[in-house]
Design a protein around this ligand. Structure first.
Ligand code: FAD
Length: 511
C-alpha cells in the first residue's frame, strides 16, 4: 500500500542509519517530516534548559537543511503532540504515522497517545528502535526477564545476543523522489524552525557544541582520523580538567539524537578489528557506548528509575534537606575552587568531563553535603547538553553509592582530585577568573593562603570569595552512613575508613 505518512521526528534528528524513516519512505506516496515543539512536554518531562533548547533548535535547522538537499523539508509545529497530529491527519489526508520507539516513560506515554489516535482515525503506525544498539527488551528477556545489574553480567548477556545490527544506508534524494509532499501556501512561515528569540530564550553564551547531524558527523569523522587514539582510548587516563575535552565530546549528539549509536559503535568495532592491541571494555570507547546501553537497559525495566522512593534497585538513604547548601553547589559557590570551576563550566557550556561529574556528584551526595542524588540529577538535567533520562539517573545512583556500587571508601577529595592532573590550576583560573592570578600553591585551597594574598582576591566584587568557609560538613559522620543504609538492600563496606581530605581513590570499575 502507498501511504500518506507523517514521519514524527522526536529524538532521532538524523538521516543516516534511520531505519524508521527509510521503511516509511519505502511504503509511502507522500511523506511529511514533522517535528512538534511541545513546550510543555520538553520543559516539563524532559526538563529542558536554555542551552539544550538552543541545541535542539540548531539541530532542527540542520535537519531541515539536510532534508531540503534531498528535495523535502521539515515541518515544525507548536502545540501538544497528539493535538497537532490529529489536526495534520485531517489537513494532509494522512494514513500512517512513523516514529522511533524510545524507552523513556514520557515517550512511552506519548506513544500510547499516538496509538490511540491511530486507532480512532484508522491509521497505520510504523516504528523501529534507533536510539540504542539493541532493542533493550531483548536484553532483559535474555537475562530471564529482569535487567542485568552489573556491567559484567550485562556483557555476558550481550555475548549471547551477538553483535548489534549494522546501521542501514543513508536516506537519499531518490527515496524522497516519489514522496515529496505538495507545497502549501504560506509554507515557509507556517512550518519554519523558530529562533531562540521567537521562543523568548535569552542566550548569549558561546556555542561550543553546535547542534545537528552535520556537526555530529564532522566530530565523529575528526576523531576517527586518529585511529590510534580511538583504539587505545582508556577512560581513566583522560583528564577531567583539560581546557578542551579529552574524550570524544559526542554525548550531546548521542543524547539529543544527532548521531546514531549503531554508526558510532560499528565504526569503533572496525577500528578495533584493525588494531592488534586495542583497549577493552569497560574503559575503551566501545566500553563507554556499552555503559550507555547498560543504563538504558536497566532504566527500561526499573520502575521509578529517576527516584529513590519506589525504585527497587536504589538504597533508601536519609539524605539531608539543605536548600542553602544545594543552592551553593548549584550556583558554583561552595568555596572549593575545583568544585566551583566544574559547576561554572557546566552552567556556561553545558558539558563537563566524566570525572569532573564524579567530583561534583560525590561532593553533593556521599562525599560532603549529604544531599540526595535526585537533587543533583535535576540540576544536571537542566544544565547538561547531553542530559539523558537513563544515563543521568543511572550515573547519579552510582556516584552516590545508591545503586550498582556501594563502596564508601571511594570518595573524591575536593582539593586533591583536581590538583593531581592540573597542579597549576589552569582550569580553575579559566572558570573562576577571580583566582586568575592566585598562587598555584593555594589555588585549590585559597583559605590556606596568607591573609594579604586572600585580601587581594576579596577586593574583586564577585559572589565567590576565597576566604569564605567552604561549604562542607565536618569530616564525615561515618555512623550516619551506617545507620541510614537499608540493611536489606546493599553490600556496603561498613568497615571502611571515614572521609578524610587525603582520601582520594578512583573507582576500580571505571565507567
Ligand atoms: P566519551 O568518553 O567519549 O564516551 C562516548 C560515549 O559513551 C558518550 O558520549 C556517552 O554516550 C557514552 N558514555 C560515556 N560514559 C558513560 C557513562 N558513564 N554512562 C553511560 N554512557 C556513557 N552522560 C550522558 O550522556 N548524559 C547524562 O545525562 C549523563 N549524566 C551523568 C551524570 C553523572 C553524575 C555522571 C558521573 C556521568 C554522567 N554521564 C552522562 C556519563 C558521562 O559522564 C558522559 O556520557 C561523558 O562524560 C560524555 O562525554 P563524551 O561524549 O566525551 O564521552
Amino acid at each position: 500500500m502507498s501511504h500518506r505518512t507523517i514521519h514524527l521526528f522526536r529524538k532521532g534528528l538524523w538521516l543516516h542509519d534511520n531505519p524508521t524513516l527509510l521503511g516509511a519512505l519505502a511504503c509511502s506516496a507522500a511523506l511529511f517530516p514533522v517535528y512538534v515543539l511541545d513546550r510543555t512536554f520538553l520543559e516539563g518531562a524532559m526538563g529542558l534548559g536554555p542551552l539544550r533548547w538552543r541545541f535542539i533548535l540548531q539541530s532542527l535547522e540542520d535537519l531541515d537543511a539536510r532534508l531540503r538537499a534531498l528535495g523535502s523539508r521539515l515541518y515544525v509545529l507548536r502545540g501538544s503532540t497528539a493535538a497537532v497530529l490529529n489536526d495534520l491527519v485531517t489537513r494532509w489526508g494522512v494514513t500512517q504515522i512513523s516514529y522511533d520507539t524510545e524507552v523513556e516513560p514520557y515517550y512511552a506515554c506519548m506513544e500510547r497517545e499516538i496509538q490511540a489516535l491511530a486507532q480512532e482515525r484508522g491509521l497505520q503506525t510504523y516504528t523501529h528502535v534507533s536510539h540504542t544498539l539493541y532493542d533493550v527488551k531483548r536484553i532483559v528477556k535474555a537475562n530471564g526477564g529482569s535487567p542485568p545489574l552489573t556491567y559484567k553480567k550485562f556483557l555476558q548477556v550481550l555475548s549471547v545476543l551477538g553483535e548489534p545490527e549494522e546501521p542501514v544506508r543513508d536516506v537519499s534524494a531518490e527515496d524522497f523522489l516519489r514522496c515529496s509532499p505538495p507545497a502549501e501556501p504560506l509554507h515557509e512561515q507556517t512550518y519554519r524552525v523558530p529562533s531562540p528569540a521567537d521562543l523568548g530564550l535569552e542566550l548569549d553564551s558561546e556555542v561550543l557544541w553546535p547542534g545537528g547531524e552535520t556537526h555530529a558527523l564532522q566530530r565523529l569523522h575528526k576523531h576517527f582520523q586518529s585511529q590510534g587514539w580511538v583504539a587505545n582510548f582508556s577512560k581513566a587516563r583522560t583528564v577531567p580538567n583539560s581546557l578542551l575535552p579529552s574524550t570524544t565530546g559526542l554525548s550531546p549528539y548521542l543524547s539529543l539524537g544527532c548521531l546514531s549509536v549503531r554508526t558510532f559503535y560499528h565504526r569503533l568495532r572496525s577500528v578495533c578489528a584493525q588494531s592488534k592491541n586495542h583497549s577493552l571494555p569497560p574503559v575503551s570507547l566501545q566500553g563507554q557506548v556499552l555503559w550507555r546501553e547498560f543504563f538504558y537497559t536497566v532504566a527500561s525495566a526499573t520502575p521509578n528509575f529517576t527516584k529513590m522512593q519506589g525504585n527497587p534497585i536504589c538504597l533508601q538513604i536519609d539524605w539531608y534537606h539543605d536548600p542553602e547548601a544545594l543552592e551553593k553547589w548549584r550556583t558554583a559557590q561552595t568555596g572549593f575552587p575545583w568544585i566551583d570551576a566544574i559547576m561554572t563550566q557546566l552552567r556556561q557550556e553545558g558539558w563537563i568531563h566524566h570525572l569532573a561529574r564524579h567530583a561534583v556528584a560525590c561532593f553533593l551526595t556521599r562525599g560532603d553535603l549529604w544531599i540526595s542524588w535526585e537533587e543533583g540529577m535535576k540540576v544536571f538535567e537542566e544544565l547538561l547538553l547531553d542530559a539523558d533520562y537513563s544515563v543521568n539517573a543511572g550515573n547519579w545512583m552510582w556516584l552516590s553509592a545508591s545503586a550498582f556500587f556501594h563502596k564508601y571508601t571511594r570518595i573524591f577529595c575536593p582539593v586533591r582530585f583536581g590538583r593531581r592532573t592540573d597542579p597549576q590550576g589552569q582550569y580553575v583560573r579559566k572558570y573562576l577568573p577571580v583566582l586568575k592570578n592566585f598562587p598555584s600553591q593555594y589555588i585549590y585551597e585559597p583559605w590556606k593562603a596568607p591573609e594579604d594574598v586572600q585580601l587581594s582576591v576579596r577586593t574583586i566584587p564577585v559572589p565567590w570569595c576565597a576566604t569564605q568557609r567552604p561549604v562542607m560538613r565536618k569530616p564525615y559522620d561515618f555512623l550516619k552512613w551506617n545507620s541510614n543504609m537499608s540493611p536489606s538492600n546493599g553490600d556496603a563496606d561498613h568497615k571502611s575508613r571515614p572521609w578524610t581530605p587525603e582520601t582520594l581513590q578512583l573507582s576500580g570499575e571505571v565507567m
